[in-house]
Design a protein around this ligand. Structure first.
Ligand code: UT7
Length: 330
């Protein structure tokens, strides 16, 4: 395949209004404090969806903004690819609800499950669909209501996550000067149980016992996940840069998955990209899983840090484990 075959035509985000600060955890009776959270993660606050706010409703807000920026109407969208670890229900997909909400009557719509790497995976799938000729215009969304699946009694995990959605419109590239220059994706399912929800699926369905033992909530071996994240994100940066025949010095902005500022700093250091060229918003959002990169990209565009001609490196890591990276010229 000769790249670029697809370019980013527009971005948007859908963020709940409610902000929860590190200080607010005291009211839940959790033995944690602001200083610990900031020192270990860089997180100061996160957004939390209201009861009526769903994965789909946040996705719809993000999508409408992205479609407006791209000047694309609902009827022009051929595919909706929605990444989420928090589908509004298990059957059918959240993507079809988004399709109906937007009135995207020509679109195929499906969810993907790749956790925090979902936007990179989704963009790669969309690029492939465009390359195959099946699709001209795709909507790729990362949308997460993490507050619905974290254990609010587990201080080691609930302080880390937040809610939100980010959307990207991807279109067939008409010129060679902008678009996706390289992609890289990997997984290692032998490590699935380091970050998972043990129950609530078809293998161990919902029942009183699994509600009582709280095994339907997210469980994470933080230190192990941290080590793998640093290693895999470093490797992923190298792979996407190599495939694009670029080095860190050619990159104008690194937009990594926002889980922990220490992971972000280690990734940037490995890729030889100074922190003033790294987009960081984990302090304001926490970890929004697959929404984190498209939210960050949308903010970076709004703030003028990504503009025509900018070369950006994206890198993600999450449950699975899954990881991936992408170089895009805007
Ligand atoms: O999206 C991709 C997936 N997620 C990630 O990438 C997250 C990866 N992991 C991390 O970011 C970090 O491992 C954490 C932020 C989760 C934890 O930081 P850490 O420096 O690895 O701390 P730790 O897990 O080794 O815990 C250190 C101590 C423990 O106490 P002891 O055993 O030393 O007495 C924990 O019990 O900190 C304690 N601790 C807390 N203390 C206050 C754990 N959570 C908290 C908390 N407040 N919220």
């Amino acid at each position: 395949m000769i790249r670029p075959v697809a370019y980013v035509a527009g971005t948007g985000r859908g963020i709940p209004a409610k902000v929860m600060s590190n200080h607010d955890f005291a009211a839940l009776g959790l033995d944690t404090d602001h200083d610990w959270i900031v020192e270990r993660t860089g997180i100061v606050e996160r957004h939390i969806g209201a009861p009526g706010e769903t994965t789909m409703s946040m996705a719809a807000t993000a999508s409408r903004a992205a479609m407006k920026r791209a000047d694309v109407s609902a009827g022009e969208i051929d595919a909706i690819i929605l990444s989420t670890a928090t589908p509004d229900r298990l059957l059918p997909s959240t993507a079809v609800d988004l399709q109906a909400e937007l009135g995207a009557t020509r679109a195929a719509a499906f969810d993907i499950s790749a956790a925090c790497s979902g936007w990179v995976y989704g963009m790669t799938i969309a690029e492939g669909l465009i390359s195959s000729g099946v699709v001209e215009t795709a909507l790729v969304v990362g949308a997460e209501k993490m507050s619905a699946i974290v254990d609010w009694q587990d201080r080691a995990s609930c302080v880390l996550f937040g809610d939100g959605a980010g959307a990207t419109v991807l279109k067939r590239a008409a010129t060679a000067d902008r678009g996706i220059l390289s992609v890289y994706m990997r997984s290692d399912g032998s490590l699935a149980e380091l970050l998972w929800r043990p129950s609530g699926g078809a293998k161990v369905p919902y029942a009183q016992a699994v509600l009582d033992d709280r095994s339907t909530y997210v469980k994470m071996a933080g230190r192990e996940v941290f080590k793998h994240a640093v290693r895999s994100m470093a490797d992923a940066c190298d792979r996407a840069l190599d495939a694009a025949r670029l080095t860190g010095q050619d990159i104008d902005i690194l937009i990594p998955h926002q889980a922990n500022v220490r992971i972000i700093e280690a990734t940037a250091k490995h890729a030889n990209i100074p922190m003033d060229k790294v987009y960081v918003n984990v302090d304001r959002y926490g970890n929004t899983s697959s929404a984190s990169i498209p939210i960050a990209l949308d903010e970076a565009i709004e703030r003028g840090r990504v503009a025509s001609g900018t070369t950006a490196l994206f890198v993600a890591f999450g449950a699975g484990f899954t990881w991936g990276s992408m170089v895009v010229r805007f």
